[in-house]
Design a protein around this ligand. Structure first.
Ligand code: NAP
Length: 492
């Protein structure tokens, strides 16, 4: 441990943060705000930004309004658009890391491979042989992190360029090429929208159609930015004003109550969007999902329907038979010859802090504890894994909320737990197994009633088809995160 760092913490409390993405930077800033400088961020990559470092695909943007997808304490009047492009978001995180002088605390290219609880501290080892220890371990490792490759036969036979959307190969030319994109999630839709006018031919392979929520492609003018600069209240209006609050309430109610007028309204909007945007009845038919709006994560797009009607674009909805040297063979025998194949096929979402080998109390392996599936008390803490805090852990809120907002609420909760150690009330805290069992029982029952369980396949569902998500209202989430129920914790 760096003795200079250790000397900086008034309470002698040391923290290890895993990951220098959005949540890791947040934890570091909040620790510094408290005057605690004895922490290190271990980052396996060579720069900050997490998902915004890993995803660089054409058309990458954030479909949550940028002013809402910013830290509450680092508002940015200079966002170029309502839905900011990916590189701008990455630059925002780099700027925040500089402004809060976090770089000296980050160890880049340092992938943690194990973390073990030794009774009073976590001991970590990195793949390149570094070791360290700390009282608190904060996993800020993200959720959509480990690419999921499709199990389509012949994938490795393809002679052209083939890569996952989160591993985009920028050395591969795209203009005037024959490009295939597999996947119709938020990623596939953004890629197709960006390439529709660049490719000689673009085939969008659709296993399931998606409902598309229309949204304006609004760029902020200099005058807009000036207004944001002059009065931060204008930014707060975008984040939390009546319109934003109504949108969040509408969305929350739609998710948790499938009979709600809010879901009916969302359904009407997406149906009207399809009806008014797509001319050809056959294409319209192909694009019509057989499940309810918001069952899968809602896709916001200003231009997907326009893009898919570009002359060079073909929407293929037959099942894929196999991938061959020259392209993709469909079940009906058609071969789509391609130069480039992009796999927008999503992520392995049950990993969370893994593949780091985590051993908690008594050497208990997290893999063993999570054998039946990842579980965390209120999505943030795990019995038998003391002083381990998970940002956006299993069963956290998903959908179209700002993950930054979610992480800030989670931090408030973490900070109060860490306070117990700071104040000498305990050396270690972990939720009781009974508390987790009770939480999971209530959550499971409620989750089955959400729109996510209303008859579609998505990454929200566990292997039993139950949504692994927050099934209650946004207000309930903020209320629960406002103060931990200490009686649900085992303090040692
Ligand atoms: P995803 O939502 O999991 O979508 C994966 C797509 O690949 C689906 O269309 C899926 O089809 C298809 N697929 C998977 N395996 C396939 C196979 N063997 N054959 C054919 N199709 C296959 O992944 P994603 O689009 O990368 O998005 C993941 C999440 O990232 C989003 O839900 C969102 O949370 C986040 N994201 C956010 C933004 C943003 O703007 N904020 C942008 C991009 C991503 P099925 O639907 O039939 O399963």
């Amino acid at each position: 441990m760096d003795s200079k760092e250790a000397a900086g913490s008034p309470e002698g409390l040391r923290t290890i943060i895993i990951g220098a993405g959005m949540a890791g930077l947040l934890a570091a800033i909040k620790l510094k705000e408290r005057g605690e400088t004895d922490f290190t961020i271990y980052e396996k990559g060579d720069s900050v930004g997490g998902t915004w470092r890993e995803n660089t695909y054409p058309g990458l943007s954030c479909d949550t309004p940028a002013h809402a997808y910013s830290y509450s304490f680092a508002l940015n009047p200079d966002w170029s658009a309502v839905y900011a492009p990916g590189p701008e978001i990455k630059a925002y995180f780099e700027g925040v890391a500089r402004r809060y002088d976090l770089y000296p605390a980050i160890r880049f290219n340092s992938e943690i491979e194990s973390a073990e609880w030794h009774g009073d501290k976590w001991h970590i080892r990195t793949k390149d042989g570094q070791s360290d220890s700390a009282h608190v371990l904060i996993a800020a490792t993200g959720v959509l992190h480990h690419p999921s490759l499709p199990d389509i036969p012949g994938l490795s036979d393809f002679e052209g360029a083939c890569f996952h959307s989160a591993r985009w190969d920028h050395s591969v030319p795209l203009d005037g090429k024959r490009i295939g994109v597999i996947g119709t999630g938020s990623t596939g839709v953004q890629i197709v929208s960006a390439l529709a006018k660049r490719a000689a031919r673009l085939v969008h392979f659709q296993r399931s159609p998606q409902w598309i929520m229309p949204c304006p492609d609004t760029r902020y003018s200099e005058a807009d930015k000036q207004a944001f600069r002059e009065d931060a209240e204008n930014i707060w209006q975008v984040r939390n004003g009546p319109e934003a609050a109504a949108r969040r309430a509408r969305f929350t109610n739609a998710i948790i109550d499938i009979d709600s007028p809010e879901l009916a309204e969302i359904q009407q909007i997406v149906e009207r969007n399809l009806e008014e945007s797509v001319r050809d009845p056959a294409l319209k038919q192909k694009l019509t999902p057989n499940y309810r709006a918001a069952c899968k994560r809602m896709i916001f797009s200003p231009n997907y329907y326009r893009s898919v009607q570009e002359p060079a674009v073909y929407l293929e909805n037959q099942p894929i038979e196999r991938i061959e040297a020259k392209g993709v063979r469909m079940a009906d025998g058609t071969l789509h010859e391609l130069d480039v194949l992009a796999l927008a096929t999503g992520f392995k979402v049950d990993q969370f802090v893994r593949p780091i080998k985590i051993r908690g109390q008594g050497g208990l392996d997290l893999d063993t504890f999570w054998q039946a599936g990842p579980r965390a008390y209120y999505a943030v803490t795990v019995p038998n894994f003391p002083n381990m805090l998970l940002f956006n852990g299993p069963t956290g809120p998903v959908g179209n909320f700002s993950l930054i907002d979610i992480a800030e609420h989670q931090w408030r909760y973490f900070d109060q737990l860490i306070d117990l150690v700071r104040a000498g009330k305990c050396k270690a805290f972990a939720p009781s197994e009974a508390a987790l069992v009770d939480y999971e029982a209530r959550r499971n029952e409620r989750a089955k009633k959400t729109v996510f369980a209303s008859g579609c396949h998505s990454w929200y569902l566990d292997k039993n088809g139950v949504p692994q998500v927050w099934p209650w209202s946004w207000d309930h989430f903020t209320e629960v995160m406002s103060a931990p129920k200490i009686e649900d914790y085992v303090l040692a």
